[in-house]
Ligand binder design. Sequence first.
Ligand code: NAD
Length: 286
Amino acid sequence: MEIKTIGVVGAGQMGGGIAQVALTSGFKVVLNDVSDAVLEKSRAGIEKGLDILERKEKIRAGDKERMAGNLSTTTSLDPFTDCDFVVEAATEREALKLEILRKLDGIVLPGRILATNTSSIPITRIAAVTRRPESVIGMHFMNPVPLMKLVEVIRGLQTSRETNDATIKLAVALGKEPVPANDFPGFVANRILMPMINEAIYALMEGVGKAEDIDAIMRMGANHPMGPLALADLIGLDTILEVINVIHDGLGDSKYRPCPLLRKYVDAGYLGKKTGRGFYIYERGR
Ligand code: NAD
């Protein structure tokens, strides 16, 4: 089936990024979130992203208006009945994702694929709440979506080969490089990345180094483009805590226990760049 319209649930940093990439790749997008205020902020972010691409001559003059015109926003899931493919990118909380997938299953036409951008929650479990588990798959984009090439593609136990093949084809059409991972807590990317970030937070808590020194050591010592604490701020500390909890619960190994300092920051509402404060303080996005 030809995919023309992509539905995206959740208009945060990932949903907004996925929507932008879908628009620049020629798709129509229906973007959903809980309030008009969030949707307006997301639309403004997407249009700013398109402006930058136009300035850099990555898209042609005049393309911006057409692409922005292909975006519709809604606080209801009802318009998803017209979507050919759906990506769920709402907050990383299992109960919330299960509820959204259950609702989507009742609205989106049978046979259409429901993909989730979850960072860690088992795809098999998410698929099981729908009546179309064979059409549910993990499509794990990286942050920031317009810049990062990788999409981790995760098949649940029930996911069909057709769903897998169509998702890979779509990822390529979005200019991404899909790589398969098996359905275990955290898949591949976060199984490896999250313990490193968590350990960096322990190093900060134990006074092994200051935040900027821990980051500088990992940037120059491991040749990482960003230090782990700056990356944690970019990802969002609430998301990190949810993901590390899923890995800890799912694998049952105490080596994955979340650092108490991470919990404390999340309790304080210091969620990173998106709230203006995490391990660093951000003013006007810097
Ligand atoms: P975010 O906090 O920026 O955005 C989440 C959005 O979901 C918010 O706008 C929120 O209002 C919305 N939301 C909450 N409940 C909703 C509902 N019932 N219906 C519709 N929207 C709802 O978070 P994010 O960083 O964009 O993460 C979204 C998903 O992407 C999570 O599953 C996360 O694990 C995953 N992910 C995040 C990253 C990252 O680096 N941040 C990377 C890969 C995957």
